[in-house]
Structures are given as structure tokens and as C-alpha cells.
Design a protein around this ligand. Structure first.
Ligand SMILES: Nc1ncnc2c1ncn2[C@@H]1O[C@H](COP(=O)(O)OP(=O)(O)O)[C@@H](O)[C@H]1O
Ligand SMILES: [Mg+2]
Length: 258
């Protein structure tokens, strides 16, 4: 439904000791959009993702998904509702093949994740799903390679493949271009556009590279010192004086950007 708010945070706040990393954030992500979250290093972007995914509990505020209050749900319950968070590399089994890793990601959200005996037909379904995803993202020829043998840039692709295998409605991508060779970035952009267009998925994307976020996103929210500094279309954000200042300040004080 166009205009439907899929994800909403109200007054979301996270303190780490005396540091307020996320400060009363009101975020509304509309269904079917690509929504970018940008901001200088340390702005609180990843912390906000961790709150949405459920790996961190907020100090204050609430989170709603399809109008339902999910603030107190553990991460796996949120995943079952359709909130998909890109795997950190720690979840990748290095000695298993690329295909096996993607199959396990698909299976993890199926009902068989704790069963020793899984009916063969269902295993086959997870395997088919894994193949389909690997074809979709152009990794089929790497399917039999052990995950540990993947070149560094390809590990990000594996993470995205594992996320896609879970068929989330809301995809949370935290700096998917980080660690990728520059010549792979156009392919990443095409893939994200393709995932969005074909699957009708909603994508919440953290991106440090502003130009990438601006190219992909329908809406952009800018975080600075844990607060929402600005929210709007990419054109509005590009013209925003306060946003330019925030990024200029970063360039002056944190030359080692990543
Ligand atoms: N687990 C943690 N414990 C203490 N401080 C943290 C923790 N995670 C993040 N921070 C701090 O919170 C602030 C926001 O960090 P983060 O959300 O990673 O920012 P971003 O992703 O925008 O670069 C930073 O000052 C960071 O040092
Ligand atoms: Mg971060």
C-alpha cells in the first residue's frame, strides 16, 4: 500500500554510559521505498540499526513495525516478522561453501532450524532458494568455493545473498559498499535497485558515501550527534546548509573516514 509507514521510531534513545549515541529519533520509513540514513562517523547510524534489529535495547522510546510495537521483541522474532539485517561476517561459516552458507541462512528462518531430521523436500526447497539468490546476485559461479576463500570484496556480496535468502520485507543494509572495490560499486547499485524493484521490498540503507545514498534513495534522513538533523528528498538534502556544515566539520576533524 503506497504511503503505508512500515517502520516507525518514536523518541528512540540509546545511552552508552554518559554518551547519548541515539537521541530522541523519530524515523518513519514508508513501505516500498529506499530510505537512506546518512551522517558523519559516530553519528549513531549503526546504533540505530542495532536498536531496530533488536540486538540493542533502547534507553527510551518505542519502535513500531506495521503499526505493531516491537520494542520488546528479541531479534529472531523481529526477523520472523520480516525485518532482515545483513549478517555480520561472524555468522558466516568459513569452511562451508558459499551455497551452503546461503542455504543455512534460508533455513534459519524456516521452521527447521533446530530440527535434526528435516524432510528432504524441504531441504531441497532451501537449496533451490539459495541457488536462485546466487544467480540473482551473480555469484553462481562461486557457489562451491569455501566462504573463507572468497576475495574480500565478495564477502559483502555473500552477506547480501544470505540476507536475501531470508526474503525480508524490510532490508537493513549497513554500509554495503564498505570493503568493496570501487569497480564493484555500480553493480551493487544495480543490485539494490533490482531488489527493490522486483521484490517490492523496503530498504533502509546506511551509507557513508553520500553520492551513493543520494543516487539510490527516495528519502534521506541525516543523523548528527545522534539526532535527526534533516529529512527529505535527496535534492532537498543536497541543498541543506546544516547538512553541508556537518560533513565539512567531519572532514576537518576526522580525516580517516571510512
Ligand atoms: N557498544 C558501544 N559501547 C559504547 N559506545 C558505543 C557503542 N557502540 C557505539 N558507541 C558510540 O556511539 C556513538 C555512535 O556510534 P555508531 O552508532 O557506531 O555511529 P555510526 O554508525 O554513525 O558511525 C559513537 O560515539 C560510538 O563510539
Ligand atoms: Mg556505523
Amino acid at each position: 500500500m503506497p504511503g503505508e509507514v512500515l517502520l516507525e521510531t518514536r523518541g528512540l534513545t540509546k545511552d552508552f554510559g554518559g554518551l547519548r549515541a541515539v537521541d530522541r529519533v523519530d524515523l518513519r520509513v514508508e513501505a516500498g521505498t529506499i530510505h537512506a540514513l546518512i551522517g558523519p562517523n559516530g553519528a549513531g547510524k549503526s546504533t540505530l540499526f542495532n536498536l531496530i534489529g533488536g540486538s540493542l535495547r533502547p534507553t527510551a522510546g518505542r519502535i513500531f513495525y506495521r503499526g505493531r510495537d516491537i520494542t520488546d521483541l528479541p531479534p529472531h522474532r523481529r526477523a520472523h516478522l520480516g525485518i532482515g539485517r545483513a549478517y555480520q561476517l561472524i555468522h558466516v561459516f568459513p569452511s562451508l561453501s558459499v551455497l551452503e552458507n546461503v542455504r543455512l541462512a534460508a533455513q534459519a528462518l524456516g521452521s527447521d532450524n533446530f530440527c535434526f531430521w528435516v524432510p528432504a523436500a524441504r531441504l531441497q526447497r532451501y537449496l533451490d532458494q539459495a541457488w536462485a539468490v546466487l544467480h540473482e546476485i551473480g555469484m553462481a559461479e562461486l557457489a562451491d568455493l569455501p566462504a573463507r576463500a572468497l576475495p574480500h570484496g565478495h564477502r559483502r556480496w555473500l552477506e547480501i545473498a544470505m540476507l536475501l535468502a531470508q526474503e525480508p520485507q524490510l532490508m537493513l543494509l549497513d554500509e554495503p559498499a564498505a570493503g568493496m572495490a570501487l569497480d564493484q560499486i555500480p553493480r551493487l547499485i544495480r543490485l539494490i535497485e533490482e531488489i527493490h524493484r522486483r521484490g517490492g521490498r523496503t530498504i533502509l540503507l546506511i551509507e557513508h558515501k553520500i553520492d551513493l545514498a543520494m543516487r539510490l534513495a527516495h528519502r534521506v534522513t541525516v543523523l548528527h550527534h545522534g539526532r535527526v538533523l534533516a529529512e527529505g528528498t535527496p535534492e532537498e538534502i543536497a541543498r541543506n546548509e546544516a547538512v553541508q556544515q556537518a560533513y565539512l566539520g567531519e572532514r576537518a576533524w576526522t580525516p580517516s573516514s571510512n
